[in-house]
Design a protein around this ligand. Structure first.
Ligand code: UDP
Length: 231
């Protein structure tokens, strides 16, 4: 693996608080990413925004405007996570698909490549830059654009199950499942738009639990206990 994209949901950044940031959680991620960088792996990060905003809260708010707020939430998240990474000695860049003045730099493939080659952690904030999409689609899109080898989906659940393990105690976790089966079974690894984009562009996704100790490093070092979504 030369280049990977790591997706952190907004909820994951909040830890047990469920909203805002949990510094200890983010620092644990930072220390793991640092180890991978030292092994020569290039890392891009996409965060969700759900710790601040989950789209429309009422009919009074236009969907497009609500989604813009969501995209801005992901920018806040990336700036925060990037700062924690910097405090651990890493170099970072935050790229957005829209101008945020001097807060971020505008995304382009060339710019991302340049930062990756310099050993920086590249944050892809602001999702796709368009309403009616999600950061799931954002991470697949960026992974395809920058030719990542795999997407690491660090979740609150430790893999892909055939039914919801919170509801069904007999739910079975897959070690491996094809993206076609994910789509056919509507298994919600990522949303449907993102699943189709991953299928059409042959982008594998590895799903694992963020809360397990050293799960990101273990995943990259072959000690994987989640689910591999194959393409
Ligand atoms: N969003 C959007 N376009 C994008 C990405 C995100 O409109 O390309 C908005 C959308 O409103 C979404 C919110 O940003 O609900 C936060 O993203 P997401 O729900 O993916 O965050 P997560 O649930 O992973 O924390």
């Amino acid at each position: 693996m030369r280049r990977v994209l790591l997706k952190l949901s907004g909820e994951a950044l909040a830890g047990d608080k469920k909203t805002g940031f949990d510094e200890d959680t983010v620092r644990r991620v930072a220390l793991q990413v640092k180890q991978l960088l030292e092994d020569g792996i290039q890392i891009g990060i996409v965060t969700g925004g759900g710790n601040f905003w989950r789209g429309r809260t009422s009919e009074a708010i236009d969907r497009v405007k609500a989604d813009q707020i969501g995209m801005l939430a992901t920018v806040m998240n990336c700036i925060y996570v990037s700062e924690i990474f910097r405090s651990e000695g890493m170099k970072t860049a935050v790229l957005t698909p829209f101008e945020c003045g001097c807060f971020t730099k505008l995304f382009s493939k060339d710019r991302a490549d340049k930062y990756f080659e310099k050993g920086m952690v590249v944050f892809f904030a602001g999702g796709t830059g368009h309403p009616y999409f999600s950061t799931d689609t954002g991470v697949v899109l960026r992974a395809v654009e920058v030719s990542a080898d795999v997407i690491l989906l660090a979740k609150s659940i430790d893999g892909v199950y055939d039914s919801d393990p919170k509801i069904n105690p007999a739910a079975r976790k897959y070690d491996e499942i094809s993206i076609d089966d994910v789509i056919a079974g509507n298994l919600q690894v990522v949303d449907m738009t993102a699943s189709i984009l991953a299928r059409d562009n042959k982008m594998p996704m590895w799903v694992f639990g963020l809360n397990e100790t050293d799960s990101i490093v273990n995943t990259m070092k072959g000690r994987f206990s989640g689910t591999k979504v194959t393409v």
